[in-house]
Ligand binder design. Structure first.
Ligand code: B12
Length: 499
C-alpha cells in the first residue's frame, strides 16, 4: 500500500527534535513491503503547499501522522500545540479520503481524547512499529482493525482501546537521514538522535513515560547500538549524537557496555543524553563517558528537598545528587538541569533548598563545567498518574477538567508571591538559572544557531543557554515581568482548571 507519513511537530528551535519515532514506523512499514514516503513539516514555511504536493503526487492509501507534543509543559509561558496538529488533519481531510492514523507521545498519553479532538480514524498507542504494520495489513485486507491491541478507535460509535504488550525493542533501525532531510536540524544545532532502550522502570507520580514506553525496560544489544551509530557516521557523516532514552544510564551496566564499545572504535563523535540517573554518576562513569565522546548531558533531579523527592517517588536521594554534582564539577561536561517547583509538599523553605543548591553547586560563571538550570513552577498533571488523583482529592482538577488541556499542580503550602520573588531574586544574579518565562529566549534560536555555526560552537546548542542568559542579564533584558503579574497568571490558571 502507499503510505504517507507526516511529522506535524513544528517546534524548530534549538530544542528541535528530528521525528525519530515516525522514522522507526516508516522503516517498519517499508520492511513489511509497503511503499512509504515521509513528509517533515518542521522548518517548512508553507505546510499546505508541501502537503498538497505530497498527497497529489503520491496519492496515499493511508496517511500516518505523528503528534509529539501536547504543550510545552510550562505554566509561566504556556504554548499549546494541538491546534496546529488539528489544522494539519483538517487540511489533509480536504485533500484525501484515505484513513488517518495518529501516533507519537501525545497520542500515547491520552489516546481517547486525541481521537475525538483530532477527529482521526485510528490512534496507535506506544510503540508503533508492529501495531502500525498490523493496522495496514487489516486495512489492506478490508477487515476492521479497530479492536486490535494498541489501537484506539471508534467501534460502533464507542471508543475502544486495549493496550498492547510490548515485549522487546523492535529489531529495526529508524534510518533518520534516509527518511528526512537532517540539514535544517543540523543548522539549528540539534543532533542526530538515537535510542539504546525503551521503557522506564521508575514510577514518579507526575510522569507519563509509563504510558509512552511502558515500565519494563527493553534494551537493545549494545553491538546493535554501535552498528546504528557507525552506519550514521560513515554513511551520512554524522558526528553529533544525542541519546533520547528516558534515562541513558539506567541500568548502568547497559550504558557501560555501550560506552566501552564506543571507546574501542576507530572513529570519533560527540555524544549527549537527555536523561541521567545521578545515583550512578560516579567518577569512573563520568570518566568513561568523557573518553567515549560525551561532552554534555541533561539531568532532572526535580528538587533538592528530601521530602519533596520522596513525594515525587524519585528513586535517588539528595546525597546522590550532591555526590554526582561534586563529581561533575571536576569534569568539563556541560549539563542541563531540570527542577520542578510546586509539587506535593513544596514549601518556600524546600524551594529555597533547591535554589541554594543551584547557587552553591551550579553557578560557575566563566569557567567549565557550564551548567544550564531550568526551574519550572507548577507540575503538569496528566490523567492516569498518581498526581492526577492527588490533585482531584485536593480539588485542583475535577470531572469538568479536560485532560487534553494543560493543567497544573501547585502546592497549597507555597506562598506564591514569595516563591516567585525567591526564584527571581536568585535568577537575577545567576545566569545559569532559567525560569519558565525565560522560554521566550528560544525565539532567538536562529541567531544563536547562526553564531554557533560561524564560531564552531559545540552542539547541541542548548549547551549555550547560560551564555545567552548572561548577556541578557548584562544588558538588563531579563525579568521585565512583575512578580505580582506572574502570581495572578498562576492563580487564574488554577481557578480556570478547577472551575
Ligand atoms: C528525548 C525527549 C526530548 C529531547 C529531544 C531531543 C531531540 N533532539 O530529539 C528534549 C529534552 C530536547 C525534549 C524537548 C522537549 N520535550 Co521532550 N521528550 C523526550 C522523550 C524523553 C523521548 C522522545 C523520543 O525521542 N522518543 C523516541 C521515539 C522512538 O519514540 P516516539 O516518538 O514515542 O515514537 C514511537 C511511538 O510514539 C510511535 N509513533 C511515533 N510517531 C508515530 C506516527 C505514526 C503514524 C504511528 C502509527 C506511530 C508513531 O511509534 C514510535 C516508535 O515506536 C519524551 C518522553 C518519552 N519517554 O517518550 C519527552 C516528551 C515527548 N517531551 C515532551 C515535551 C513537552 C517537550 C518540550 C515541549 C519541552 C519544552 N518545554 O521544551 C520540548 C519539545 C521539543 C520539540 N522540538 O518537540 C513531553 C510531551 C508531552 C506533552 N505534554 O506535550 C514528553 C512526553 C515528556 C514529558 N514531559 O512528559 N524532549
Amino acid at each position: 500500500m502507499r503510505v504517507l507519513l507526516i511529522n506535524s511537530n513544528l517546534k524548530g528551535d534549538i530544542l528541535a527534535a528530528p521525528p525519530i519515532g515516525l522514522c522507526y514506523v516508516a522503516s517498519a512499514a517499508r520492511k513489511a513491503g509497503h511503499e512509504v514516503q515521509v513528509v517533515d513539516l518542521c522548518f517548512q514555511r508553507r505546510h499546505e503547499r508541501k502537503l498538497k504536493q505530497a498527497i497529489s503526487r503520491f496519492s496515499p492509501e493511508v496517511v500516518g501522522l505523528s503528534v509529539r507534543n501536547i504543550d510545552n509543559v510550562n505554566m509561566l509561558y504556556p504554548v499549546y500545540y494541538l491546534p496546529e496538529a488539528k489544522s494539519v488533519v483538517e487540511y489533509i481531510r480536504t485533500l484525501t479520503s484515505a484513513p488517518i492514523v495518529v501516533g507519537g507521545p501525545a497520542a500515547s498519553i491520552y489516546p481517547q481524547g486525541l481521537l475525538e479532538y483530532l477527529g482521526v480514524d485510528f490512534i496507535v498507542v506506544s510503540d508503533g512499529e508492529d501495531t502500525f504494520v498490523e493496522l495496514l495489513k487489516a486495512i489492506e485486507a478490508g477487515s476492521d482493525p479497530g479492536r486490535a491491541p494498541g489501537v484506539c478507535s471508534k467501534v460502533n460509535g464507542i471508543i475502544h482501546f486495549k493496550p498492547r504488550f510490548m515485549p522487546e525493542f523492535p529489531d529495526i533501525r529508524p534510518n533518520l537521514a534516509q527518511w528526512i532531510d537532517m540539514k535544517p536540524y543540523h543548522r539549528i544545532g540539534s543532533s542526530y538522535t538515537i535510542q539504546t532502550k525503551r521503557g522506564c522502570r521508575h514510577r514518579c507520580i507526575y510522569c507519563v513515560y509509563h504510558m509512552v514506553q511502558g515500565n519494563k525496560i527493553r534494551m537493545r544489544p549494545p553491538e546493535e547500538v554501535i552498528g546504528e551509530l557507525e552506519e550514521a557516521h560513515f554513511k551520512f557523516g554524522v558526528s553529533h549524537f544525542e541519546f533520547v532514552d528516558s534515562i541513558f544510564n539506567d541500568p548502568p551496566e547497559h550504558a557501560t557496555q555501550i560506552l566501552e564499545l564506543l571507546c574501542n572504535q576507530r572513529w570519533h563523535a560527540n555524544f549527549s543524553a537527555i536523561g541521567m540517573d545521578p545515583a550512578y554518576l560516579d567518577d569512573d562513569a563520568l570518566d568513561l563517558m568523557w573518553r567515549a565522546g560525551f561532552r554534555s548531558f541533561m539531568m532532572s533531579p526535580e528538587s533538592m528537598s528530601e521530602a519533596v523527592l520522596r513525594n515525587y517517588c524519585k528513586a535517588f536521594t539528595i546525597p546522590d545528587v550532591i555526590r554526582a554534582t561534586e563529581r561533575i564539577n571536576k569534569t568539563r561536561l556541560t549539563t542541563f538541569w531540570y527542577f520542578l517547583v510546586g509539587g506535593p509538599g513544596e514549601t518556600n523553605q524546600t524551594l529555597q533548598d533547591t535554589l541554594d543548591f543551584i547557587v552553591k553547586y551550579l553557578k560557575h560563571e566563566q569557567h567549565p563545567p557550564y551548567h544550564n538550570v531550568n526551574v519550572f513552577l507548577g507540575v503538569r498533571i496528566y490523567l492516569q498518574t498518581r498526581l492526577w488523583e492527588i490533585a482531584r482529592n485536593e480539588g485542583l482538577v475535577n470531572s469538568n477538567t479536560n485532560p487534553l488541556e494543560p493543567c497544573w499542580y501547585v502546592s497549597t503550602e507555597l506562598d506564591l508571591d514569595l516563591a516567585v520573588k525567591q526564584m527571581m531574586r536568585t535568577a537575577a544574579s545567576c545566569p545559569e538559572l532559567y525560569l519558565g518565562f525565560d522560554e521566550r529566549i528560544l525565539g532567538l534560536s536562529g541567531l544563536v544557531a547562526l553564531i554557533g555555526r560561524l564560531s564552531g560552537m559545540p552542539r547541541p546548542y542548548w549547551r549555550h543557554i547560560w551564555g545567552i542568559n548572561r548577556l541578557m542579564l548584562k544588558f538588563g533584558l531579563r525579568f521585565k515581568l512583575d512578580s505580582s503579574d506572574v502570581v495572578s497568571l498562576i492563580k487564574q490558571q488554577l481557578a480556570f482548571q478547577s472551575r
